[in-house]
Every structure is written in structure tokens, then in C-alpha cells.
Design a protein. Sequence first.
Length: 715
Amino acid sequence: MANLQADAKPKILEYLKRLAPHSIVDRGIALASSGHVLECSKSGSKVTTVLTDPKNEEEYSVSLDIISGKKVIAQCRCSSSEEMREQWCHHAIASLWRANDLGFFDPYSGFADSEAIYRMNTTTPEEIASVIRSVNSDPALLHHELSHPTPKVTIYLVHTSDRLGLRVLFDDQIQEPNLFEAERIISARALDNILIQILEEEGSWDEDNKVWYVNSSSQISIVLGLIREYDTIVSSLSEKPILFSDTPIEACIDISWLDSGARFHIEWVLPSGEKAPKEGELFGTGPYWTVIDHTVYPISKTAARLAAIFPYASTLTLPRSQVGPILEVLQETPDGDFVHVTNPALQPTSEVATPSVILELERRDSDSAHFTSQNEVVVHAKLDFEYPSPPQEENHVYLPNREQEQETAKKLKSYGFQYLPDKRRYSLTGDNALDFLFEKASSIPPEWEVEGLKEIQSGLRFAELQFNVSLRDSSQDDKKSPSGMQWFDCHISLTQNNANIPISTLFRNARSQSDRWFRLDSGAFAKIPTGGMGQLKATLGSLDPNFRLSNTIKAQLNVAQAIGFSTYDDEQFQVSQSRKLKTLTKKLADFQSIENVRMSKNFCGELRTYQQDGLNWLSFLHQFELGGILADEMGLGKTVQTLALIQSLKSSRTADKKLKGPVLIVAPTSVITNWQYEARRFAPKLSVMLLHGPARKKHFRDIPSYDIVITSYAL
């Protein structure tokens, strides 16, 4: 289906869509665009075409009679006149489209109205000769000149709605929208043509009332500026002349206190200072205008805001129970330029009252719910404050408790709600909405009257997810891991309501905009363990790079990782640990501070203060079976601190601190002899083996008998 050049011919396209279904219109446009219109000619107001239909390879002749600028009668060999009146065929649509392409309806196509236009898709030598002969034999074609009249323009201003209405007459002929430019009355005065062009492009045509309407204030301002140049502008209601003012009018409100409440009345304040009743409509979208006594006035911003209070009449009345906010403002700012109290002596007494809080909740899921099963839950909230009614027998009013209202709004925002000023409501979306409905709603103050919460919660289902983590001493411990490190076997599984489900389910159903919640295949919402999807990915990713595709996860953890899991503070993480890990975890939980290590008598040296701190820290790591890095700058004594630790462990009488085997030191070849020298200097009681060189293999059997083994590595 083709919809070609639609943007270039919006009027023609809209007209065709009223004559035939869209599919027929597209078919006709495709026929014209593919070159199947063989001949196309115009004589006067009649267009004649010959075309072929590729469906049956037959030729069809079509005639188009242009009745007016917005009406065309078509006839085609494929259909009867009655059928064509009911619906155009695609041949007729192709003919009109092609005629428009050839410029038959352009006002300046270069042909006189009485001239016959004949154009073909193919050009033969005979046709060229025929055109030359006709031009040479008709000198009138060479002297054709276009001339246009200057019509008398009358404009009727329609000011009975919130739009600017115009009825434009050229020589007493109403100017209506034209489908074809050639059918429009062209004026010799450019202003006339510009006005009609703006109305056609920016306005809307009311066929019943024969009126152009302009909605937007930007276009109304342009139109008002243009029509002021005309002499004859009259009201459509009274046919009296319309005048224009450049000075905006103001407005004022008179407040009168009544026994039952208050009456509010608005009046316009004209540039002269006189007052006029607010009777007519305001038109525009901001800024606004109105017509007062046949004069068009712009309205100031202040006056427009005041007028918005009175959409239907110039007077409104409020009962005494509702005038509290108005009285509050009057006490802050008495009479001014825009508000005047006519009888201040009757103004009620007042006091600040305590309101009842009413919270109305409504679920409105986002539009994305129509395109995906992963609905984003949206909760709208309306916060109202209901104040007690004042005593009827007293002229007394209760004022709003603004401090309490602000505290209440602050409390609502603490649940994650955001205020939407344009809707005067609060909104909560996505994860925040589910957090609120699942848990936080229970903390709403009991004195609040909450409506709609139970209905929302009953329409949602929640499921409990739990990770089960098993940490056991590694089976490699019995075989003595070559590294000598302590390992723990870790097994992680996921359960939903005590039933095992694949871990991959979490990531298959997760959404990019949701971090704490996801929706299960069953439709229930589940909270993501560990506090969020990002944290969960980081945790599981450190164990298994393929965690997104796994049913369960099995991995080996070092001591630090195992302790990290065992101390996980999350109700959705249930961890079972071996006795050894429990002991180590408890030891770490009871830890208060790093102990100061007493130097062994066999250590021949004195440590500086920062070196003593380093020794204490290294001893702490050893005690809790943790790894670490002593990252002092070069030359600050890392070797001395390490030797002090080894000597301290060698001399210790405590079982968990005592050195249980030789210490392996791996260092660059350039410093291994320095290690040997430093060890003899500061810890002469320690036996040291330098395992280096091609003959080192024969010394392997002697390693257990040494306290320190120093070796290097190949670069």
C-alpha cells in the first residue's frame, strides 16, 4: 500500500479520504505514482484522463468535473454514477492525484482559464510538432496576463466562545476553505491573501455556521493584528463596528460577608478606570482577550488568573464552612488593588482547627502494561483535610492548620510519593509502589482515613523468595590444598514458598527499570533478595560467571567470602554453616580491637610505632585466617615487620597462634639474598633456607625442617 507525498498534499489527501476507504485511496495513489495515468488533460473546469489498470491490463477513461473549490464530481467506466456518488473508485482517485501533480489546480500554472490543457506522460515527435504549431497559430497565448480584483472585505467577529471566530466576506461572498488553489478568489491586496492563508492553515472551519475559528493565542494575536487593518469589522451578534485596545484590562473581586457565608463578585477594570461586568467569554489559550462593549481588550495575567475563578458566571457564593482558606489569606493581606471587602465589620472570627486526614488511593498502571506482561504498578493518592463545621449560631470560621497539613504531606512523601502539581495528586510508581503496598502501608498513622488501599492490595499477589546458602568445610581440606588455604564449599538454591525454582527465573523476568521487584510467571510480584538486582548480580557474579543461566550455584569460597555470606543480614538469605565457620564467625563477631603484639625475646631489633601497628595488623589477619596486603612504601620496613610476625608465631605458646610449618617467602630474585640477610640479622633463631638455582630440587626433602623458605620466580 502506498501513501505517497501525503505531507505535500494534505488537503487533497483529506478530501480523498472522505470519498473512499483508506485502502482504495492508497491503491489509487500508487496507481498514479507508478505511471499508469497515460493521458491527463484539462479544459475549463473539467479534467479528463486515460489510465491502465495493471490488475486486468484494461484502459479506463475518467472525467472530473470541478464544481467548486471543495467539490468534484467523478465519472469512470468501471462504475455507475450512483456508485461513484457513494464511493469513488481507485481510477478516479489516481486521476485527481495525477492532475494535482501536473499543477492543473495551481493558481499560477501559466494557462488562461479559457485555455485547454493537454499533457501526456509520453512525448513523440508528432506531439512536439503539434504543440509548436498550436503556439505559432494562437498569438493570444503570448500576451496572456493574470489580473486580480481588489474585493471589498467585510469581517464578522464571532465572540461567543473561548475561540476567536471570523466570518470573512470578499464582495459579500463568504470565503470558505478551498481544495484547489485555482478556485480560490485571489485578491490584488496581499493582506487579503495572507489572512485567508492563515485561516486555512491555522484555523478550523465550521461548515454549519460558515465561520473560521482560531484556537491558539499565538495565532489569534496574528489574526487580530491583521484584521485591524480593515475598515469593516463588525460583531456577529449586533453588527456594530468592533474597536481594538492595546492596553490590557485588569480585574477586581468584591467580597461580601453573608450570614451563611460569603459572596464573591468579579468586574473588569478598564484602562480608563471604569468598571465593567464580566459577561462575555475569554478567548485564547494564554494570553487571553475578551470583548467589552464592542471593543477587543487584551487581559492582563493577573486579571486572567482572577477570571479563572469564575468560569461560568461573574458571582459565586461559598458557605461559611468553606471560607476558612479565604479568610486566612485576607488576614495576611487585607484590601489590595485586586480584592476588596465590602463589609469588613461582618467578617467572621476565626481559629485554627485540627483536620481529619483523608487519603484516597487508586491504582493506575502505566501505559506500558498494554505492550508487555511486566506491568509497572502506579498508585495515585489524593490527600484531603476535612475540617469541622463552624457553629451555625455563631459568626465563626475554622482556619486551616497549615503546619499539620505540611507534616502530613511530608509523611506521605516519606513513603516515596511525589506530588504532581498539574494533577493536584501524588504518585508512586514501580518499586516504590510495591514497597509501599507490601510493607510500608502498614505504618500509615491509624488516625488517617484511608480509602482504596484494601482494594489495591486485594488485586495484587505477592510471593516470598528465599535464597538457601549452605557453607561447609571443603572436601579438599582432607587432601591438604597445595596452597594451604582454608576453603569452604558453597551451595546456593532459590525457593518460592518453600518450593525450589531455578535461579535463572530471577533474571529472565527482571525489567531494566525495576531493581527491587520482579513479576513471576504466575503474575505474583516478588521482592528481589539482597536489597536489589544490582547487588544480587554482584554477589552471585563473584561466585559463578554463568549465574543468569543456572538453576543452582556451586562454588568454593575462601575464608573472607565465607564469613561475608555467613554474616549476611537479610531475611531472604538463610545461611547454614559448618561448625568451624561458625566458630570463626563468632570469633569475628566478638572482636573488639586489634591486640598489641608483644615482641619475642628472640627478635633482635626495635620497631618504630607505625611498624608495631603493621605487626599488630598482620597478627590479626593470621589469627582470623584472613589474607591481606601490607602496602607500606619502599624502605619503610615491610621485611622487618614480616620477620617480627614469623618470630612471634614461632615463639608463641598459644595453639591457634603457634607456627605450624615453614613460612614460604616468594620474592624477586634481586632481593632474595636481602631477605636471607635480614632474617639472620633480626631473627637469628629462625632457620632459613634459600631455595634457588638449578640444584634446588635436591633440597625439597629438607623443607619441613626449616622455619622460613625463601625462593624466587621466573620472569
